[in-house]
Design a protein around this ligand. Structure first.
Ligand code: HEM
Length: 421
């Protein structure tokens, strides 16, 4: 068996080819090396769906501490890097803010921000078309919409001024790039984070003395099981919210547009019945989720498929790998909003496997399951539904090279044309 296994060239993981299309390599890993150690970096990779699910759930043996070396190094410590009680205490304070009734209360905020952006965009288009007598309209889904909406929503949630949108719009990608980038990117990310924290300092003090209805105020006074967040914890969490809330959902919106337009029959179906945007969101989160994987560190030796990962090892739980596992999803590379093997409903923190359907892992699973999963879905679905109404017959701009987007350093765009009249 071992003799017939194909060899994996470890250089592939740092190649531009892999960055553009990691899926053939991930399939090789799933089929032949489900527990793979990269000989260059020493890092382990888990790529099969069932294994990734099991590892996410197993917080007794897999620590989330590596999040501290990336996210924590830029934002300061957040719940993402904590295990056990330390994590639970913070999670209990923040997680209820984005689900259930609290999310319901946020729906008008999402709709208002969507409509404001659409109005701004349609006005500028009307002017452009009138000025140049153009017969086609143009939109860059990324810069005109996807990177704007989630940021505006988070600014409203934190009650930060929309007029300062451009300042936050500069800070959040710099902070994100600092997480996994070069030392120069790291330094720029830390500087942007510091500028953001300096900005928040007096605000948090004022709101702790005189709390309003916004999230920063509520976090300043919230107490769960006798635990109150410190000022530093609030600031790091505000960084996490700005970046986790904006940088990931922008990719989700752009990727949904990419997938729908790359599959015209499905675009037509969604146009006829916008309710289909819900399964389309789930399927986008399977085929092209914004986060490719999450890092963990083994607390003890862990044996899987007869391979022992020593205690203290770094392990990448590959969301990209798991979501395209042919053991779970048929024809996994195909975007198909009508597939019958994916859970199309709301995601579950404990995971979903029922009646032949499995959940995508785009929001992770288990203790650190994404706290903003419902907000991200609502923003993507509502934003897309409203934008679809005002741009007729959209198509990729001729000459552009449309691609789905992952979190990455390069600047990105998704230019479209549409009928102006
Ligand atoms: C499509 C958009 C989003 C994606 C793909 C995404 C993805 C993820 C993933 C994969 C994790 C798990 C991290 C781990 O296991 O180490 C996570 C955690 C988290 N996300 Fe999201 N996220 C999105 C949107 C949001 C939004 C809108 C918010 C804020 C409102 C948010 C806040 C958080 C927080 C606070 C955590 C940490 C939870 C914990 O450690 O207990 N996310 N997200």
């Amino acid at each position: 068996m071992t003799a017939t296994r194909p060899t994996i060239d470890a250089d592939v993981f740092t190649s531009s080819e892999y960055a553009a299309n990691p899926y053939p390599t991930l399939k090789l890993l799933r089929d032949h090396y489900p527990v793979y150690q990269n000989p260059r970096s020493g890092m382990w990779m888990i790529t099969r769906y069932d294994d990734v699910v099991a590892c996410f759930r197993d917080s007794d043996r897999f620590s989330a501490s590596p999040n501290g070396l990336t996210i924590g190094a830029v934002f300061g410590p957040t719940l993402m890097e904590y295990d056990g009680d330390e994590h639970t205490k913070l999670r209990n304070i923040v997680a209820p803010e984005f689900v259930g009734l609290k999310l319901k209360a946020l729906m008008p905020v999402i709709v208002r921000n969507t409509m404001a952006l659409i109005e701004k965009f349609t006005t500028s288009q009307a002017e452009r078309i009138a000025r140049s007598a153009a017969s086609v309209g143009e939109i860059d889904i990324v810069d005109d919409f996807a990177t704007r909406l989630p940021l505006n929503v988070i600014l409203d949630v934190l009650d930060l001024p929309q007029e300062a949108h451009e300042m936050f719009h500069t800070w959040y990608p710099a902070m994100m790039n600092g997480i996994n980038g070069s030392p120069e990117h790291r330094a720029l990310g830390v500087a942007a984070n510091q500028a953001y924290h300096d900005y928040l300092d007096p605000l948090i003090e004022r709101r702790a003395r005189n709390p309003g209805a916004d999230l920063l105020s509520r976090l300043s006074v919230a107490e769960v099981d006798g635990h109150r967040m410190t000022k530093d914890e609030i600031k790091s969490f505000a960084s996490l919210l700005l970046v986790a809330g904006a940088e990931t959902t922008d990719k989700a919106i752009a990727n949904l547009w990419y997938q729908l337009l790359a599959n015209p029959a499905q675009w037509q179906a969604v146009q006829r019945d916008p309710e289909l945007l819900e399964p389309a969101f789930s399927e986008m989160m399977r085929v092209h989720p914004p986060a490719s994987g999450q890092m963990r560190r083994t607390i003890v030796d862990v044996t899987l498929h007869d391979v022992t990962i020593p205690a203290g090892s770094f392990v990448n739980l590959s969301i990209y790998g798991a979501n395209r596992d042919e053991r779970v999803f048929s024809n996994p590379d195909q975007f198909d909003i009508f597939r019958d093997d994916l859970n199309m409903g709301r995601e579950l923190r404990s995971g979903f496997q029922k009646d032949g359907r499995s959940g995508h892992l785009g929001f992770g699973l288990g203790k650190h399951f994404c706290a903003g999963y419902q907000l991200a879905r609502a923003e993507t679905v509502v934003g897309t539904r409203e934008l679809m109404k005002v741009i007729r017959n959209p198509r990729f701009k001729p000459g552009s090279k449309p691609t789905p987007i992952a979190i990455r350093l390069q600047p990105w765009s998704l230019p479209l044309e549409f009928d102006a009249a």
